[in-house]
Design a binder for this molecule. Sequence first.
Ligand SMILES: Nc1ncnc2c1ncn2[C@@H]1O[C@H](COP(=O)(O)OP(=O)(O)OP(=O)(O)O)[C@@H](O)[C@H]1O
Length: 253
Amino acid sequence: MLAAEAICVRGSSGADLLRHVSAVFRAGQVTALIGPNGAGKSTLLRVLAGLLAPTSGSVHVQGAPLAGMALAHRALQIAYMPQDVPVFPAMPVREVASLGRLPCGETPSRALAHPAVDHALHLTGLSALAPRDASRLSGGERARLMLARALSVEAPVLLADEPVAALDPAHALAVMQMFRALAAQGRCVVVVIHDLMLATRFCDRLVLLRDGALLHALPPEQLSDALVAETYGVTTRRLEGAVLPWDLVSRPT
Ligand SMILES: Nc1ncnc2c1ncn2[C@@H]1O[C@H](COP(=O)(O)OP(=O)(O)OP(=O)(O)O)[C@@H](O)[C@H]1O
């Protein structure tokens, strides 16, 4: 569905933000991009979304090169939820969610009337808030609205940057279950996520980045303590009956 080939990105400072990253993201799967802060996860997601042109390398979506693809066509293929969630202007929640459809070439009134917007609000648990003023939402509600905005496109590829970071446990679980359901429908879902419990429980594949390089791409059951140590520089202890199966027992030096 989505393929990154030898992606290199050089930042404005001249530093290499991504170094020859190649990865394939399949339809019907939820893939987690994991790795330490500053590893390059958001940078890679922006490259996959076509929002950042790589210094070298290429991205293909359903076999077609992303570079040079018309915006409306790209927007129909790939939905993107950014990491930064803004404070919205004073407008109804439903209208904000409908904005996701505008890059596809729809007029605002057609986008607002589209049933996909209601479905996206339903999927993110926001139906009851649809008429509310988006500028008054809580942080977690704003994050779910950003996700609803991306979902309103109903694109075959969904890229979400830390979609559950601001969510309470119930909403985080609901969102991860929703991603699984989208994958079961044949969508390709790629999420940046720091919660290894959720990543290993709900994702089909983990793509580990560190220092701008791809360390490993593997199924979640292969995420060993040694790999966690290699990736994050922490040791893990698995606790029987604990709320979280991961316990940080030492901090990176
Ligand atoms: N335009 C830029 N010029 C220079 N450096 C940049 C630029 N954009 C990002 N960076 C740096 O590139 C690195 C990777 O950033 P990125 O946002 O991709 O990390 P991340 O893995 O998503 O991190 P986090 O888990 O903290 O969100 C960081 O060190 C960041 O400071």
